[in-house]
Ligand binder design. Structure first.
Ligand SMILES: *[C@@H]1O[C@H](CO)[C@@H](O)[C@H](O)[C@H]1NC(C)=O
Ligand SMILES: *[C@@H]1O[C@H](CO)[C@@H](O)[C@H](O)[C@H]1NC(C)=O
Length: 306
């Protein structure tokens, strides 16, 4: 009885409306503090979720897709324009052929669903879909569909991007970058080895030069490893969050609380930098003041230039 009442309350239009209002209010407040530019997601837990709910695996993946849409909506509303998801690891090729084929088809169908029609999710919201990974490993019929999807979402005016890593590992990405650079050195597009910098490597990764650095990496479902995802991109300023929630249960509140945490630390960091640079200036000023208060130096020894 009571659960019936609760579920009635939760589905009552006014209640959901109020929740949306609160969410929008929080979003508009959050937009006034520092906001990350790029979020990476390892969406673990569809299988375990399906098992725990006694569902078919397919329904677990569907629930996971719903979560992704919620999370994307929250990110884009906040002004986070780049979201990167780990859809298929090269390591997954070690699974059975049936499972690999199913996963490929599932991904293709889902991406098609969100981009095929003009009013579909990605096109309606002006989201560009990019496939990030080693394309030579994708069967040609699937690859053709994926390239169609990229093409269809390419000309949208907005800067929102969904990077789908498929089939991807970070080490393959690094090898690919080095190979491209070697070719460019050979063709003299890059003058010499001395001209290869950190930036050269970054720019030659699958994501290309127009992706901002990764600010937050989230992995759900309790695993605490990176599994060869964005190793190059997870450098000093990236916050890594491992959460126990299964991906299909990960919703906009969850992503919002992680972003608030990031924003809080970022504010502290900026404040600290500000204090440090002020302190530097004050130290310099104090030094000059001390020098000014010293008795006049003998004419033959200049200690400072006023
Ligand atoms: C598959 O597994 C074997 C042994 O566990 C490993 O050596 C190999 O690198 C794996 N292949 C891929 C593509 O992950
Ligand atoms: C991509 O996949 C192909 C085919 O499996 C492989 O030969 C190649 O080494 C992979 N990596 C890169 C960086 O091209």
């Amino acid at each position: 009885m009571s659960s019936k009442v609760t579920s009635l309350v939760f589905t009552f239009p006014l209640f959901t409306y109020a929740i949306e209002l609160v969410k929008d209010f929080i979003v508009s407040m959050m937009r006034t503090s520092p906001i990350p530019k790029h979020i990476g997601l390892i969406m673990d837990g569809n299988r375990r979720y399906a098992k725990s709910k006694d569902m078919e695996l397919k329904d677990g993946h569907n629930a996971g897709a719903d979560s992704l849409i919620q999370v994307l909506n929250t990110c884009y509303k906040l002004g986070i324009l780049h979201v990167t998801v780990y859809a298929f690891s090269i390591e997954n090729f070690n699974r059975s052929k049936e499972e690999v084929d199913t996963l490929f088809a599932l991904l293709r169908d889902r991406l098609k669903f969100i981009s095929e029609k003009e009013e579909s999710y990605a096109r309606f919201n002006n989201i560009r879909i990019k496939i990030i990974g080693n394309r030579t490993m994708i069967p040609s019929d699937i690859l053709k569909d994926l390239e169609d999807i990229e093409e269809r979402t390419k000309h949208v005016s907005s800067a929102k991007v969904l990077n789908v890593c498929f089939p991807y590992t970070s080490r393959d990405d690094i090898v690919h970058s080095i190979q491209s650079i070697a070719e460019k050195v050979e063709s003299k597009e890059i003058e010499s080895n001395q001209h290869i910098t950190l930036e050269t490597l970054t720019n030659n990764m699958y994501m290309g030069p127009n992706t901002p650095p990764l600010d937050i990496l989230i992995r759900t479902s309790g695993h605490t490893r990176l599994s060869d995802f964005m190793l190059w991109q997870c450098n000093y300023n990236c916050m890594i969050e491992f959460v126990d929630t299964l991906w299909p249960e990960f919703r906009s509140w969850d992503i919002m609380s992680i972003i608030i945490k990031w924003s809080y630390y970022r504010t502290l960091q900026l404040e600290q930098q500000r204090i440090m640079s002020n302190k530097k200036r004050e130290d310099q000023k104090a030094m000059t003041d001390i020098l000014k208060e010293l008795p006049p130096h003998p004419p033959f020894a200049s200690i400072t230039q006023h």
